[in-house]
Design a binder for this molecule. Structure first.
Ligand code: GAL
Length: 681
């Protein structure tokens, strides 16, 4: 893959900075000046402003006061910094909610919410969309030519559901457009079950335990899709208002693997993808690094390999209300930054620059503490990250090349979740299966792209299909032709079971021709659950080791595939547990059971069979991770010790340490959490 153009061509540097709320210090403008001094000392170059400032910039309807923003845009620019400016829709002023009550959500219990919290407007409300249009246009018109302006940050962490009448009507319209007739909807939702037939679109209410229907899975799928599309539609209107005056790049900060929005649909409207992430290193260095790596590879995959912006992370401790988490050690803070950039972020940005004096996040980690000075441990660490990033301009726009892809599809998670409950992120092992495969490759230093089904599979030697439960013919054909033409595909339990309405395919699974590709048929689906009594334990035996089952385990009838692993329980009728099948010029693997460590063994096999390569030909102890970003001018290597113990790495040739500008010796010992950033001599 070729490098990308810098996201901000006029400022081709790694971004370092974060959320800045100067309006909280309106009465003490001397603090703004002190901030400018401290920003330079912290080696920051970017501030994200305006996210929660609506009540300041529009104190009452149609009355504007941009004085704080004006002052700070100027000050930041004069001090060498740049600004990503937010639209304020993530949290509305009191007057707006009072005057236009329709902007408040109706929650899943059917109650109209009173003025509270944030991120909780109705995405349908024309009154809200109009107020947002007006304020966005005002901001864009005012700051479009400001030299500090780098780009736009829409709202904040969109998500959630609203069940008001406006949303209900819009959902009905969405369904009418999708199905045409109520008979077609009834057919696709299988509503003869329990006599739940709809006679008209007007009868349909959103699925929820106490409001509407909660037991029609096809409806859940449509509701989640509608909700995601409705939020994206809201975002499109925000973009339109900004675009009326400004052509600067636009993004919105997303939250992890949030299944409420289909990020792959959202990205089509954004110039770059950005993400907030708060790793908790106290959960264990190795496991936290692995989890973070999976998320970062997912972020890079959203815009097809284009670098992303890490928009928020915590300097120091993560605290909401009075729920304190664990502080980070110096090494953890730096390792976190290195992980982010090594996987494709062109920034390390924080929430927040300065701790506020009151309210929900007053103790949340910040570059500047209530103490207010630069001689704190957190400040020193942030400055170290800044110094490091200043030496890495060559990273901007550079890419990660991978021979392995893991698919990750939000609508499939919706279908596997099967539930109408909001806030329920469970997905029957979808995320866990993808992350287990990712971790297995990661531990062996094999780079992975996390992709959508729309990506070109032929770029990869190996494609892991994460629980592809939902299948339509075009995707099945794509998988078939990938394998026929020499690709290696791995799939798991619950492959090709339902269509995109969650209607089961007839004629056996994996359906739609995939039974031929994998050379088998699934006869029954079983599960192993920790609370089952009197059930014989069952294991998968593979290459002399046994792996205890927990979760799905399918009974399989082989039809040409060779079993590579067996279930140990003889009464569990199945021709095997792991299968391989040559098909055309390629190979298809079927892992019929759910697991979270078996993938390590399978990946070792794939590395040999497919000659998968590490990013550098080094010899290293387990726990040393090597990543590479390929730029226009050079490749940069990141060698990280993601354990607490000392580890050794031996390089095939001499490299230059980009932080010290020294040549590194061929064999290096790295203390726990230590890292090297290298380039070829
Ligand atoms: C993010 C949010 C920020 C702040 C932060 C605290 O999710 O976007 O505004 O609340 O969490 O960790």
């Amino acid at each position: 893959m070729k490098p990308f153009k810098p996201t901000f061509p006029e400022f081709p540097h790694m971004l370092h900075g974060g959320d800045y709320s100067p309006e909280q210090w309106r009465e003490t403008p001397e603090i703004w000046d002190e901030d400018m001094r401290l920003m330079k000392l912290a080696h920051t170059n970017e501030m994200t402003m305006g996210i929660f400032s609506w009540a300041e910039i529009e104190p009452s309807e149609g009355v504007y006061d941009f004085s704080v923003l004006d002052t700070l845009m100027d000050k930041i620019y004069e001090n060498g910094g740049r600004v990503i400016l937010a639209t304020p829709s993530g949290s509305r002023p009191h007057w707006l909610a009072d005057k236009y009550p329709e902007v408040m959500r109706v929650n899943v219990q059917g109650h109209k919410e009173r003025y509270n919290r944030r991120h909780n407007h109705c995405a349908t409300s024309p009154a809200y969309r109009e107020r947002v249009r007006i304020i966005n246009e005002k901001l864009a018109e005012r700051y479009k030519d400001h030299p500090a302006l780098l780009g736009w940050h829409l709202s904040n962490e969109y998500g959630g559901f609203c069940y008001c009448d406006l949303c209900t009507k819009k959902f009905q319209k969405f369904l009418k457009e999708k199905y045409g007739t109520i008979d077609e909807l009834n057919r696709c939702w299988w509503t003869r079950f329990w006599s739940h037939r709809y006679d008209s679109f007007e009868q349909i209410e959103p699925p929820a335990p106490v409001i509407g229907e909660a037991f029609v899975q096809g409806m859940h799928l449509d509701w989640k899709q509608f909700n995601s599309e409705n939020i994206i539609d809201f975002i499109k209107e925000e973009i339109k208002a900004v675009r009326k005056y400004s052509d600067k790049p636009i993004t919105t900060n997303c939250m992890g693997f949030n299944p409420e929005i289909d990020h792959r649909e959202l990205e089509k409207h954004l110039d770059f993808f950005s993400q907030d992430e708060y790793p908790l290193w106290a959960n264990g260095i190795t496991v936290t690094a692995e989890r973070l790596a999976f998320l970062l590879d997912y972020c890079r995959g959203i815009k097809h390999g284009q670098p992303f912006i890490m928009m928020e992370s915590a300097p120091g401790i993560h605290v909401s209300a009075m729920r304190f988490k664990k502080t980070k050690t110096d090494k953890q803070q730096l390792l976190e930054a290195v992980k982010m950039i090594s996987h494709g972020s062109d920034s390390v940005l924080y929430f927040q620059w300065r701790k506020g004096r009151g309210a929900h996040e007053k103790f949340h980690g910040a570059v500047v503490d209530h103490y207010g000075k630069d001689d704190t441990r957190v400040f020193r660490n942030v400055a170290k990250v800044g110094t490091m990033l200043e030496k890495l301009d060559d990273l901007v726009g550079s890419v990660v090349n991978a021979d392995v892809a893991i698919t990750f599809d939000t609508p499939t998670r919706w279908a596997l979740n099967g539930s109408a409950d909001i806030g329920d992120w469970s997905d029957n092992g979808y995320h866990a299966t993808a992350s287990a495969f990712h971790a297995a490759f990661y531990r062996k230093n094999i780079p992975v792209d996390v992709i959508g089904y729309d990506e070109d599979f032929s770029k990869y030697k190996v494609v892991v299909l994460t629980v592809p439960y939902v299948m339509e013919q075009p995707l099945a054909d794509k998988i078939r032709s990938y394998v026929e033409n020499g690709g290696v595909v791995i799939t798991s339990f619950l492959t090709s079971v339902v269509n995109s309405n969650d209607l089961c395919h007839l004629g056996g699974t994996p359906a739609l021709g995939l039974s031929d590709v994998f050379g088998l048929r699934v006869d029954e689906i079983d599960t192993y659950r920790p609370f089952d009594q009197d059930i014989a334990e069952n294991y998968v035996a593979y290459e002399g080791k046994e792996y205890k089952l927990s979760g799905f385990a399918e009974h399989v009838v082989a039809k040409g595939a060779t079993a590579l692993a067996q279930y140990t329980d003889e009464e569990f009728f199945s021709d095997g547990a792991l299968f391989e099948h040559s098909f055309g010029k390629g190979k298809a693997y079927y892992m019929a059971f759910q697991h979270d460590t078996f993938q390590n063994a399978l990946v070792e096999r794939l590395i040999k069979e497919c000659s998968l390569k590490t990013p550098m030909d080094a010899e290293s102890d387990d726990g040393i991770i090597i990543r590479r970003r390929d730029g226009e001018k050079k490749s940069i290597y990141f060698v990280t010790n993601e354990t607490n113990e000392e580890k050794t790495v031996s390089f095939p040739k001499a490299y230059r340490n980009l932080m010290t500008d020294e040549t590194v010796s061929r064999t290096q010992k790295l203390a726990g959490c230590e890292f090297l950033i290298l380039a070829e001599e």
